[in-house]
Design a protein around this ligand. Structure first.
Ligand code: UDX
Ligand code: UDX
Length: 462
């Protein structure tokens, strides 16, 4: 290995690998950074101005470094050979088959990637776990990679990524912390230092946290579990607010002012989505079960169950408000992405809600500024029987109800009088993100239902 590694490779050009490497390349012109992927169409898109993912600020960062020291390629073998440091950011979905199906992480892509690295390498390398992995994965990797008859040494470092979609570039440029774990041996610590040296190009040293490799692997799962737990906690209280005339926004504010609790991540919602929370919690549950820690497993599984309850509750409240039937009624869904400022729809609550309303024979129109292509793919089996309309005003024409499922800021500033005028009466609005002014919409004439507040209707509730 050269004393100052110059060639960084990332395997996996997805929502994590792509933006992370773009920022590393932009901040560290002294490294040559290459991103490879088995998906040739994805790589091609990274080479154009029409990037494969929507992320505010990403295209500027990519343009700064692309073809200078940032390259996208499908030549996986050639680039493995060249690389000094290999970040692996391939996906680790929930296993859908066999032992652990529905909970455990499916590590087949990771293992295959490790075997490709072993087969192709001709020199020592640092392998960085960028994907979220079960704790103790590094031990399995070491067994695959060592001993090998090539006399090559691989050091494994864990460097989980904490970026959130929609704010990825800011999260990468100004991270709360960067976590880097390794073996505590002299070799392990040297490898760890090489990864620290990349980040100190722009991250203050006191924001770089180093640890043993198992703490690092586990911390990523635990961070996501704690974040999701806050949402499930506040969502559970939203159900109670709806029964008691307490207002969830006021409750969130009041508890969040306690600095021990903190104000962020306390927005009640239709439920959390995204590729990570559910997958990582279920993985944590599976790991706890596999060590016989059943109480621990049950405790965390409740976070996912509460989220599913919240999604079901939202549909139930729509049905009840709409006189127990939506058959033949036009329902406009505003937002399909799992959160604002992304086109990503993985595990979006909108998928469940659309499918349930479809079962109830509603006439569904989906609107979203960025996520309609992904929505069509998520609903491919029923896509011909659903409408897609980017313009929210057109989507709501003649609708019985609007349901806001993503907190796009555009939806806060729509002309709700205009929407109301074009809708079927009585007109209903279900705010799954608590972003609209309830009093104002009620005055316009809407029957307003929001999360964690009693409904505001122009008639007696049944
Ligand atoms: C995902 C998860 O969200 C995250 O928790 C996990 O830690 C890593 O995987 P993300 O970047 O969002 O992160 O996934 P995705 O957009 O699916 O990107 C993974 C990429 O890896 C895909 O482009 C896929 O084609 C590529 N891949 C997968 C390979 O290049 N080789 C493989 O063998 C498998
Ligand atoms: C998350 C973690 O935040 C990030 O650190 C990790 O690397 C990957 O997983 P992400 O899934 O991209 O990031 O988005 P996040 O902002 O965490 O939102 C996840 C879901 O929770 C979204 O559906 C969002 O709308 C929802 N949410 C978030 C709430 O319902 N209420 C809140 O208060 C915050």
């Amino acid at each position: 290995m050269s004393p100052i590694p110059k060639k960084i490779l990332c395997i996996g050009a997805g929502y994590v690998g792509g933006p992370t490497m773009a920022v590393i390349a932009a901040q560290c012109p002294q490294y040559k950074v290459t991103v490879v992927d088995i998906n040739a169409a994805r790589i091609k898109a990274w080479q154009t101005d029409d990037l494969p993912i929507y992320e505010p600020g990403l295209s500027d960062v990519v343009k700064k470094a692309r073809d200078r020291n940032l390259f996208f390629s499908t030549d996986i073998e050639g680039n493995i050979k060249e690389a000094d440091i290999i970040f692996v950011s391939v996906n680790t979905p929930t296993k859908t088959f066999g032992e652990g199906a529905g909970k455990s992480a499916d590590l087949q892509y990771w293992e295959k990637t490790a075997r490709d690295i072993l087969k192709t390498s001709e020199s020592d390398k640092i392998i960085v776990e960028k994907s979220t992995l079960p704790v103790r994965t590094a031990a399995a990797l070491e067994r695959i990679l060592h001993p090998n008859d090539k006399g090559i040494h691989f050091d494994i470092v864990s460097n989980p990524e904490f970026l959130a979609e929609g704010t990825a570039i800011n999260d990468l440029l100004n991270p709360d912390r960067v976590l880097i774990g390794s073996r505590e041996s002299a070799r392990g610590k040297k490898a760890r230092q090489e990864i620290v040296d990349i980040y100190t190009n722009w991250v203050p040293r006191d924001r770089i946290v180093t640890s043993n490799i198992w703490s690092s692997e586990l911390s990523k799962l635990v961070a996501n579990a704690f974040l999701a737990q806050r949402i499930s906690s506040i969502n559970s209280i939203s159900a109670l607010c709806e029964q008691t005339e307490a207002n969830i926004t006021e409750v969130s504010y009041a508890i969040g002012r306690d600095s021990r609790i903190g104000a962020r991540f306390l927005n009640a919602s239709v439920g959390f989505g995204g590729s990570c929370f559910k997958k990582d919690i279920l993985n944590l549950v599976y790991i706890a079960e596999s060590y016989g820690l059943y109480e621990v497993a049950e405790y965390w599984e409740q976070v996912v169950k509460m989220n599913e309850y919240q999604e079901r509750r939202f549909v139930r409240s729509m049905l009840k408000a709409l006189f127990n039937t939506v058959a033949g009624k036009k329902i406009a869904l505003f937002g399909f992405a799992f959160k604002a400022n992304t086109g990503d729809t993985r595990e979006s609550p909108a998928i469940f809600i659309t499918r349930r309303l479809f079962e109830e024979k509603a006439n569904i129109v989906i609107s979203d500024p960025q996520a309609l292509d992904n929505a069509r793919m998520d609903l491919d089996d029923i896509v011909d029987r659903i409408s897609f309309e980017a313009d929210p005003y057109k989507a709501a024409e003649g609708a019985h109800a609007i349901a806001i499922l993503t907190e796009w800021s555009d939806y806060k500033s729509l002309d709700y009088q205009r929407l109301y005028n074009s809708m079927h009466k009585p007109a209903f609005l279900f705010d799954g993100r608590n972003i609209i002014d309830r009093d104002n919409l009620f005055k316009i004439g809407f029957n307003v239902y929001s999360i964690g507040n009693p409904p505001r209707t122009h008639f007696e509730e049944p």
